[in-house]
Design a protein around this ligand. Sequence first.
Ligand SMILES: Cc1cc2nc3c(=O)[nH]c(=O)nc-3n(C[C@H](O)[C@H](O)[C@H](O)COP(=O)(O)OP(=O)(O)OC[C@H]3O[C@@H](n4cnc5c(N)ncnc54)[C@H](O)[C@@H]3O)c2cc1C
Length: 631
Amino acid sequence: MDNSRERTQLGMNQPIARRDFLNGMALAIGAPLAFASDVAPASGAVTEAEYPPLRTGLRGNYPAAVEDFQALRQGQFASAVVPASEIRETYDLVIVGGGISGLAAAYFYRQALGPDVKILILDNHDDFGGHAKRNEFQYQGKTLIGFGGTMDIATPYPYSYTAKMLIRDLGIEVERYQEFINRDLEAKYGLGSATFFDKEHFGEDRLVAGNPRQKDFFDRAPLTDAARRDLVRLHGKNPDYMASLSAEEKKARLAKMSYQDFLLNVAKVSPDALPFFLGSGGRNNKRVDTVPALEAAQHGSVGFNGMHLDLEEQFVEGSYFFHFPDGNATIARLLVNRLTPGAIPDTEKGPQTMHTIVQAPVAYDKLDDPGGSVRIRLSSTAVRVAHDGAPETAKSVTVTYRQGGKMQAVRGRNVVLACYNMLIPSLVPDLPAAQKEALRYGQKVPLIYTKVLLKRWTAFQELKVARIGAPCGYYQSLRLDPATTLGGYHGVTTPEEPILLHLTRNPNKPGLPRKEQNKLGQQELLSTSFEEFEWQTRRQLAQMLAGTRFDPAADIAAITVNRWPFGYAYTYDTLGDPDVPQEERPHVLGRKRFGSIAIANSDAGAAAFTNQAIDEAQRAVLELLIHQGLC
Ligand SMILES: Cc1cc2nc3c(=O)[nH]c(=O)nc-3n(C[C@H](O)[C@H](O)[C@H](O)COP(=O)(O)OP(=O)(O)OC[C@H]3O[C@@H](n4cnc5c(N)ncnc54)[C@H](O)[C@@H]3O)c2cc1C
């Protein structure tokens, strides 16, 4: 098929809500935008120019938000100076980073010192929340809410007392989640999961419904006899592949080999079976070649059930769980309500709750209100943070930032850097060299969360699937949005209704060390155009849903690609990182207070979870309070 015909069939020429915010920036804010009529905002409704969650196209770490990062890392702002006469604002605390950690730091600081302290939060994006980002779509007068990043209150280790108290203070009743799950969809239509085997790796495109542990699952998959035999064995009862060793010896060996090495060299699985494992691995986007086999065993991967490993009891992850329609962007919104009620006002009965916040309007133009004690200044990239004097005795810190291409500066008596560890050495040129080195150690994990607004989901009804794993696909997974029904917002109930699809890509480069894979994946995301993302999205959907009534040219109403080149915090593993005591870990050495500057963010906890972002915020604030002799 010639390329232009395929492009037409996939709908690359369709007027959907996407190119208007090409590369994350409005082509012309205020000018008429080329919307398809169905996705146009109703007249009088809030528009994407004033309300960033409505912006479609390339989002997440969109290009304009990170355009200064390279120059920053190259040291080009190391001596940036704004004349003292032009620095007119002084705050008790300046926070760099408006993610959950930065917002929580503001919350804790006020909690300690009272509501009159003056706080400024700077963030380089046009929206607050950092990874906890809300995507909204309007279609035929209905608003669909999705999560562009942080999906759930969920964690592999328990929330600390501090994090639980914050969640409770914000009015989130985690224990009530069961009341709000949108059960209609899967139960009513008998939807389950499926795996997509692609032609390039498995010889033909085929969607196989069901669970790989089901008896006939692999019989229906396009596999060689050897691969089928070994996959059936692995998903059944396995022998003890290391029978001559004690449990401790087995664990020590498994900690030092990848899951791929275990499969190929210990379980003696045919290399033909390996592609089936390429799309999954471990936490933090580790893949089959980068996840230690022991970690794979701890997470329930197949192959270990005959090995008597005596694994320690793991914390039951689902025991503290909540999913809002916009994911943990709700936490960010609740924090903003508490910090800047001018932007998200209280309800008649008091502060916003987990119910009222879901559809609460946000006045973005009130976030940076000169009259507010907390101000949130968006689209502002901090480029230099320096004490006004010797770090331990200076009375203030100057924070220089770029907004709209212009250099500005403010002063803070204290500063919390709730941004990315990798940038801090360039932001604070005066940091000790060893601390800089420690901060540069990790390599953030890249990933993409794409949202596709489908006009109807009858194709999924036909296939009886709600979730598809694609081990070798451009996207490794896809799911119908679960859309919690809460606060007057209703999850989808019939296949004729529009729905959001959630697609995930982890741009790994198999065969390389994990950090190298993260780095190359990051570069890939930074250099891929929206058009390429759109093409890949449409093509994979067409392949996976082939044989149904799905028409990519007619059924897609909007696409938002949340690219996160600066995604998850780096976490350690037993393959690539030295085994050193916790206090010698780079994130611990890197997060040391430096004069009046403290370091928060989930990077500082080497764990990519909301609770870590909160805990690090509290630690950073405490360090500053102690430094000032206030506690
Ligand atoms: C796609 C995705 C899904 C996730 N899902 C979950 C989940 O389901 N549950 C969970 O618990 N965790 C999840 N996480 C982990 C998530 O990172 C944490 O939960 C948490 O939100 C991190 O918050 P943070 O404030 O530490 O960092 P961030 O959210 O990264 O916030 C830091 C902010 O600082 C800004 N910044 C950086 N440099 C500068 C600068 N120079 N000037 C100004 N601003 C700057 C950044 O742009 C960002 O807005 C997910 C992460 C990603 C990327």
